[in-house]
Design a protein around this ligand. Structure first.
Ligand code: AMP
Ligand code: FE
Ligand code: FE
Ligand code: ZN
Length: 283
């Protein structure tokens, strides 16, 4: 489809603020040719997005942003065109979502010792069946008038050094790459260079991921730093990894705007040719 290609967005099925149908409408209004729906650890929004795209001319690439962890660092892995019914994907994402739920309850229990915030406040901000995360706790803090917006929440009460934070279960990135490939999908490391050059994943680990079938690196993303981006270009070149770009749109939950970063048609074509788990939806 002609028009910009934005391969990383979130709906209210995870921590975006728009339903999958509203997100598709926003993509059409923004003039996108192709949008990737990549909610955290779930494919639950795909069908609604497909239905909403029907007749609009928009192409929807179904995907997911898998939570993984390397040491103490959270690593996000975009998984495009996987088989959503693959047993490995289903069991691992269920495990991650359960871990996220108990972790969110623990965080809220601790916050509630110091602030007027209840678990029900958080559930009121979370769609039924949605993958829960700190953004939903942030929205509850905003609704209680304790912080101004999500960003303020992340900089204060939800910050890893606030004393309320705890991590959740997540698989190693190598296991996650293998899982995505086995489900017929293409794995891409999301925003992998947000800090210093030294903070980018060690080369031996990138090499192992590439060996296991890593498709690409999301280099064009607002969170990648100048130093991180430089390092990512070197790694992409050396390990023959595709380069993607995306907005990581979360509706009003983040300042990121649709199509602020984009992926080339050539990379999209390559992505389509090396995946078999599911099909894009041509609306
Ligand atoms: P969690 O996975 O529960 O630890 O929460 C991380 C999620 O919070 C990420 O997916 C981001 O989309 C979101 N997030 C991180 N920092 C911010 C921020 N400053 N403002 C809004 N959302 C954020
Ligand atoms: Fe998010
Ligand atoms: Fe992410
Ligand atoms: Zn994302």
């Amino acid at each position: 489809m002609p028009g910009p290609i934005d391969l990383h967005t979130h709906s209210s099925v995870s921590d975006g603020t728009e339903s999958p149908a509203e997100l598709v409408q926003a993509a059409v209004v923004a003039g996108l040719g192709t949008v990737g729906l990549t909610d955290h650890d779930t494919t639950a929004g795909w069908q609604e997005a497909f239905a909403a795209a029907s007749g609009t001319g928009l192409c929807v690439i179904p995907g997911m942003e898998l939570s993984t962890r390397f040491g103490w660092k959270s690593v996000h892995l975009l998984a495009y065109l996987i088989d959503p019914l693959d047993e490995g994907i289903l069991s691992e994402t269920a495990r991650i979502r359960e871990g996220r739920m108990s972790r969110a309850e623990h965080i809220v229990r601790r916050i509630s010792e110091d602030y007027d915030l209840s678990w029900d406040d958080v559930l009121a901000q979370t769609g039924v069946g949605a993958t829960i995360g700190r953004p939903h706790i942030a929205d509850a803090l905003v609704a209680r008038g304790l912080v101004a917006d999500r960003s303020a929440a992340f900089e204060s009460i939800l910050h890893p050094r606030s004393g309320y934070f705890e991590p959740h279960y997540a698989p190693d990135p190598l296991d996650a790459v293998r899982l995505v490939v086995a489900a017929g999908g293409a794995p891409v490391l999301a925003h992998p260079g947000t800090r210093t050059r030294e903070d980018v994943m060690p080369e031996v680990k990138v090499a192992a991921l590439a060996d296991a079938g890593l498709f690409g690196l999301e280099i064009h993303h607002r969170d990648n730093s100048v130093a991180g981006t430089k390092r990512l270009y070197e790694l992409a070149e050396k390990y023959d990894l595709a380069i993607t770009g995306s907005s990581d749109y979360h509706g009003v939950g983040k300042p990121n705007r649709l199509a602020e970063n984009v992926t080339t048609p050539e990379v999209l074509e390559k992505l389509l040719s090396c995946t078999s788990g599911s099909q894009p939806f041509y609306g």
